[in-house]
Structures are given as C-alpha cells and as structure tokens.
Design a protein around this ligand. Structure first.
Ligand code: SD4
Length: 334
C-alpha cells in the first residue's frame, strides 16, 4: 500500500476515529448535518462485525464472511439468518419450527436497513425464508407489514416456493404436547432460539434481521415482538442497532429494541442500554422470574453489548475472522 493510501485509510479507521471523536466533542458550533456527515466519513472502511442471538455459529459465520467480502449489512444479515430458517433442527425458527396449538407452523420476521427502511411479515405459513420475504415487502411494495395469507400469496408472486414447515419431529412433539395441552406459554432456556442478527459492514453501515416461529403451541394468530419494528429489532444507522429474543409480550410492552437505540443516542454504551432495557421489565413486578428476555446491541463504533434476565443466554460475535460464542451477563443473580 502506498504511504499516501495508508494515511488516507488510517484517517478513516480507528486512528481517525479517536481524533475525530474529540473533534466532534469540541465542535459544539458545528451544524447537526455537518456532524453527521463527519461521523459517517469517519465510519467508512470499518472492520465488519456480525452479532446474533444464541450460539448460531454457522449463521453468524455466514454473515461475517459475507461482510468481510464486502457484502452490505442487510444482505449479510439475511444470508446469515437463512441458515437457521433452513435448519430443521431449530424448533423456533423457520422450517422445523414448533407449530401453534392447531398444528400450523406460522412464522414472523422483520428486517431493517441502514437507510431507515424496514419490512415485516406476520403469521406466514408455508414459506421458509421469511426474513428475505420481509425484505421484499420493504423493497417491492409501498408497505412495511404484510400478514398471513396476504404475505404468503405475495411470496409466491415473488417466486418463493411453497414448503411444508411441519417436520416429522415437530409434529411428534406437538402430538405429545396435545396429550396434556396446558396453555402456559413459557420461554425458558430450552424453548428459546429466535435468531436476531445485527451487522456492521465495511462502509460502517448497520442493518439487521429477526426471524422466528414464536412461542411453541401458541394461540392461532398470536404474534410476538420479533416482526415488530422497534420491539424485536431497531436500527438507526447514526447510532446503532438492537435485537431481542425471549418472551415477546414483555418486549412489546417496553418497545425494547427502540428503547436501547434511544438510550445509546443519549450516550449509553450498548451494554448499559441493554441492561437498562432489561431493568425496565424486571422493575415492574416479579413476573420476570418465569420468563427469559435477552437483548444484544451494537453501536456505530462497533462496540457490542448484551444483557438478559436469567443466566444461560449466549450470543455470537464475528470480527476479524474470529467467530466467538459469548456468555451474556444477566439480571437475576439471586
Ligand atoms: C416471540 N420473541 O415470538 C419470540 C420468541 C423467541 O426464542 O424469542 N423465542 O415472542
């Protein structure tokens, strides 16, 4: 690399960021637009990062490798989560997901891009790659959300194939559950595998995807937080992104992912913001003892955070060719 190029690159990466950080802090009289443009310029040529909920090694590696090759954040996140949507051993995402009480597998997903656009599908049957479908809602329709049969028919028009999502194993587990069908939606360590992924690409842009079959044996038509922009996922490319897994009803009540991004906007680290979002839930009453919620978040500088209610949640982080499974800190240490 020529010296001139090295200096140019260095000024756009870590070295430049440190200097740039103090420039931004001092420059109180800069207009917001100038500050944003400066921040964006400083964020170019970043080391890409992919993070996702749980120990989804292959999914996170897929996203990380794509990012490394120069793929954009949203495409990388969708390619990453597709691995779990197609993994029939994962019983809370995509094909092989647990059905509702009536035996129908219904999927929820959303995506959010670095330009603030988003797409979402709710309660979709017979389609495996619902994160990609959510992206098509974003790019191919004037809408943000499509639900149920409308989303499914839109998928066929987009060339998606009809697939039977109920595998023999999931069917058998549901039939066993039917023998004593207590309706007590529970999210614990075993029943808890939604994949939410956040990617920071080489241009410093952040995007994400979240995809799930929701609660096992849920009421027909039940939708959780995962496809709801602001609850299951939220991105603001000037600040960062967050994604949730766990008892969706409680994430919805606190608009958890949006809350985390807003806390980061107000100066909190991703870690601090995830902790505060969990505290918003645990401080209401002690019902949290019966369910799990976990958040992961990333900010524009590539700092990452995670927090959950109960011990046991892990997340993946891919950076510089390393793909690590990290144990999250948790609230309930009693
Ligand atoms: C939901 N948040 O439907 C999802 C469930 C989940 O791992 O995260 N499972 O409420």
């Amino acid at each position: 690399m020529k010296r001139r190029d090295f200096i140019k690159n260095a000024s756009l990466t870590g070295v430049g960021l440190t200097v740039g950080g103090s420039i931004l802090n001092c420059a109180e009289n800069l207009s917001e637009k100038t500050k944003n443009e400066t921040t964006m310029a400083l964020n170019k040529n970043k080391t890409p990062i992919a993070i996702c909920t749980w120990g989804f090694v292959a999914a996170n590696a897929k996203a990380g490798e794509q990012l490394f090759k120069g793929s954009k954040a949203l495409d990388s996140a969708i390619a990453g989560v597709a691995i779990e949507e197609e993994n029939i051993k994962n019983t809370t995402v995509g094909k092989g997901g647990a059905p509702d009480r009536e035996g129908n597998v219904t999927l929820d997903a959303c995506v959010m891009d670095s330009n603030g656009d988003c797409g979402s599908v709710l309660c979709v049957e017979n389609i495996t790659n619902v994160a990609e479908l959510a992206k098509r809602v974003m790019t191919e329709t004037p809408h943000v959300i499509l639900a149920g049969l409308g989303a499914e028919e839109f998928a066929y028009r987009q060339g998606f194939e009809k697939d039977n999502l109920l595998t023999e194993d999931s069917k058998k587990a549901w039939e066993d559950w039917l023998k004593s069908p207590e309706y007590k939606p529970l999210i614990n360590i075993e029943n808890h595998d939604t994949i939410g992924m956040l990617c920071l690409d080489k241009d410093g842009d952040i995007a994400g995807a979240c995809t799930t079959s929701g609660l096992s044996y849920k009421m027909k038509g039940r939708v959780g937080d995962s496809p709801i922009i602001g609850s299951g996922l939220f991105i603001d490319n000037e600040i960062g992104g967050a994604v949730a897994t766990g008892m969706g009803e409680e994430v919805l009540k606190t608009v958890g992912s949006f809350l985390i991004v807003e806390l980061m906007r107000n100066g909190m680290s991703p870690q601090g913001a995830c902790e505060e979002a969990v505290r918003r839930i645990t401080s209401k009453n002690d019902r949290y003892k019966d369910f799990q919620i976990a958040y992961i978040a990333i900010n524009k500088s590539g700092e990452v955070g995670s927090y959950c209610i109960h011990k046991g949640f892990t997340y993946m982080k891919y950076q510089n060719g390393e793909n690590n499974n990290i144990h999250s800190d948790y609230f309930d240490k009693a």
